[in-house]
Design a protein around this ligand. Structure first.
Ligand code: ACO
Length: 380
C-alpha cells in the first residue's frame, strides 16, 4: 500500500490516545480531560504525573504511597555517580542525562519480576532519579560533591536544593512545580513519538526514555527558551524592540518563542508562565528582561498575530528558570525531568495495545542498476 508522503507527518495520526488533548484554535490543553489551568492552580507535579500515567486523579492513599515511593528512590547508585564523575565537565548536560538514563537500564533489569511489577518500579525510578542525575552532573561539573536529596523537601523543592545547594523559598519551589506540570505532556510531539516507536519494539522502559530524551535534545524541540533569553538580552532596551522585530521579519528570520505548529492563539501554557514570571519578579526582584519580553509580545501581536503567530510555552519559561537560578544549558534537562511523566504515560498506553511501528516510504531511487566492479569505477 502506498500513500501520499506528508513531510514531518504533519496532521497524520500516529496513535490513538486518551492522555492529553490540544485544541490549537481555542487555546485548550487538557491532561486526561482536565484543563491545564485547573491543574496549574490546584495540583502538584507528582499528582499530575500520577494522573497522566495511571489515568485518574489519585485518592489520598494512592497519592501518599506514590510520593513516598518516589521519595525513597531519589538516590542514585554510587556507580552511576562514578560514571557521571568521568564525564567531561564541558559536556552537554542533556547528553549526560541521556547516558545516565541508558545506564539505569543495566542496574534494573526485568529479571525475576513480573512485567507489571517491572513497569511500576521503572516508572517510579525514572520519575525519582532523573532530577538527581541532572543535579549530580551539574554539581560535579562545578567540581563539587553532589548534594544528597533531602527527605523533608518535596519533589520540586528537593531538585532546586540539589541543584543549587540552597533550600529554595517555598513560593519559588511552588512556581517551579507548576512549570514541571505545564511541560509534563503535550500529545504526540517528536520526543513522544520517539518513545512510542521504541516502546513498540518492546524495548525496556529505560531504553524507551533514553530514545525520547535524545529526541528532545535537538534545538527544534527543547531549547527555544534558551534562545529567547539571548534575544531579550541582545535587544537590551524597550525602545529597541520594534526595530529589532521589524528588521528580523524584513530578513525573513524567526522571532524565538513565538509560533507553534498546533496553537494559532497564545499557548495557554505561555499565559500561565507569564503570570508565574510576574509573581516571581514581584516577590524576588525586578528583571528588565521581563519588560522587554512584554514589549516583544505586544509588537509580535501586532505584526504576526494576524497570521496566528503568538507566544508559545518557551516565551516566558526561560525567564522563570533564570530567576530560579537554573543555568540555560539545564533548561532542556529540566524539560526532560518533567516530560518523563508524559513519555511514561505513552509507554504504558502503547504497551497495553501494541503493534510495532513499521511505516512505509516513497522510494525515489533507481531499479535494476548493474553492479560495477571496483576496478572499473571512476567519477570521470
Ligand atoms: N517568527 C516569525 N515568523 C514565523 C515564526 C516566528 N517565530 N513562526 C512561524 N513564522 C512564519 C514562518 O516564517 C512562515 O512564514 P511563510 O509562510 O511566509 O514562509 C509561517 O509562519 C509558517 O512557519 P513554519 O515554520 O512553517 O510553521 P511550523 O508550524 O512548521 O513551525 C515553529 C512552528 C517551528 C514552532 C515555528 O513557529 C518557529 O520556528 N518558532 C520559533 C521557535 C520556537 O519558539 N520554538 C518552540 C516551539 S514550542 C516547543 O517546541 C516546546
Amino acid at each position: 500500500m502506498t500513500g501520499e508522503y506528508v513531510p514531518g507527518l504533519e496532521g497524520v495520526p500516529a496513535t490513538r490516545s486518551n492522555i492529553s488533548f490540544v485544541d490549537g484554535r481555542a487555546g485548550v490543553l487538557e491532561y486526561r480531560g482536565i484543563p491545564i489551568d485547573q491543574l496549574a492552580e490546584s495540583s502538584t507535579f507528582l499528582e499530575t504525573a500520577f494522573l497522566l500515567i495511571f489515568g485518574h486523579l489519585p485518592i489520598k492513599e494512592e497519592l501518599y504511597g506514590f510520593e513516598a515511593e518516589i521519595l525513597s528512590h531519589r538516590r542514585v547508585k554510587y556507580r552511576i555517580r562514578d560514571m557521571i564523575k568521568s564525564f567531561p565537565e564541558s559536556g552537554r548536560p542533556m547528553v549526560a542525562l541521556q547516558s545516565c538514563i541508558a545506564a539505569l537500564g543495566m542496574f534494573y533489569p526485568l529479571k525475576g519480576m513480573s512485567s507489571e511489577e517491572h513497569a511500576y518500579q521503572s516508572t517510579i525510578r525514572l520519575l525519582a532519579k532523573l532530577p538527581t542525575m541532572v543535579a549530580t552532573f551539574h554539581q560535579m561539573r562545578l567540581g563539587n560533591d553532589p548534594v544528597p536529596p533531602r527527605d523533608d523537601l518535596n519533589h520540586s523543592a528537593n531538585f532546586l536544593y540539589m541543584l543549587t545547594g540552597k533550600e529554595p523559598d517555598p513560593r519559588a519551589a511552588r512556581i517551579f512545580d507548576v512549570c514541571l506540570m505545564l511541560h509534563a505532556e503535550h500529545t504526540v510531539n517528536a520526543s513522544t513519538f520517539s518513545a512510542l516507536v521504541t516502546a513498540s519494539t518492546l524495548a525496556d522502559p529505560y531504553t524507551v526514555i533514553t530514545s525520547a530524551a535524545g529526541t528532545l535534545s535537538g534545538p527544534l524541540h527543547g531549547g527555544a527558551n534558551e534562545e529567547v533569553n539571548d534575544m531579550l538580552r541582545r535587544i537590551g532596551t524597550i525602545e529597541k524592540v520594534r526595530p529589532y522585530i521589524e528588521e528580523r521579519l524584513a530578513r525573513k528570520q524567526k522571532i524565538m518563542g513565538v509560533g507553534h505548529r498546533v496553537y494559532k492563539v497564545k499557548d495557554p501554557r505561555a499565559t500561565i508562565l507569564q503570570n508565574l514570571a510576574r509573581e516571581l519578579f514581584d516577590s524576588f526582584g525586578y528583571s528588565h528582561l521581563y519588560e522587554i519580553a512584554v514589549e516583544v509580545e505586544r509588537v509580535c501581536d501586532e505584526l504576526l498575530g494576524p497570521r496566528g503567530i503568538f507566544p508559545n510555552v518557551d516565551f516566558y519559561s526561560g525567564l522563570v528558570y533564570e530567576k530560579l537560578g537554573i543555568l540555560p544549558d539545564l533548561f532542556t534537562p529540566v524539560f526532560a525531568i518533567s516530560r518523563v511523566a508524559g513519555w511514561l504515560a505513552h509507554w504504558h498506553e502503547q504497551s497495553s495495545d501494541n503493534r510495532i511501528f513499521r511505516p512505509t516510504q516513497v522510494y525515489t531511487g533507481e531499479h535494476n542498476v548493474e553492479y560495477t566492479p571496483l576496478s572499473l569505477r571512476s567519477y570521470a
